[in-house]
Design a protein around this ligand. Sequence first.
Ligand code: GTP
Ligand code: MG
Length: 207
Amino acid sequence: MLIRDARFLTSNSRAELCPAPTLPEYAFIGRSNVGKSSLINMLTGRNGLAKTSSSPGKTQLINHFLINEEWYLVDLPGYGYAKVSKTSRAEWARMINFYLRHRPNLMCVCVLIDSRHPPQAADLEFMEKLGEEGIPFVMIFTKIDKQSTAQTKALVGTYLSKMQEIWDELPRYFQTSAETSQGRDEVLAFIADVNKQWGGVEAALNA
Ligand code: GTP
Ligand code: MG
């Protein structure tokens, strides 16, 4: 997919205030600092479109970007950041859960996972919840430039084995680097493919 146009639309804390659900939408979620905002910049080829930071907790709100006037990309705040208070964590959960359940145009959630770490409970639990709610998702293993291909392969293998203990069928997964743009074509091709289902989803929404 060629990215002709990518622009920031809105930031807000409530699903009701998000742009009208008239286009297919893809949300990026995952632990704080996993590289959600960086991946959005890499995919769109616009450095600085989504705000990134080396300190976790940079993204605090639901951020909508409009791509090619055709689909929405959403940057969400990260979970699992230890320094966040219990109250903020509960607020995060409320905001995100409401968003995930009430966005009728949400085609797929992209769950980002740092390719360097062994499976973490927070990620496994989050994906289990998506499964229970029937929300489609894929996994994106990030930061693969930070280690050798063999190391990534081993860690992704461990992760998939762990997933197999929980899931009958494994979700689709991608491996990316915001530094080298590896995985860019694959993720964009996936989105282009899912976008083709939008006509059917839209018809069902309007029925
Ligand atoms: P929050 O908004 O705080 O939840 O974080 P985030 O998931 O949006 O992470 P962000 O994109 O801000 O990236 C966090 C840090 O990781 C930044 O210092 C990025 O430069 C770095 N980073 C992200 N992706 C990659 C990658 O693919 N390779 C390398 N080497 N660094 C990366
Ligand atoms: Mg961010």
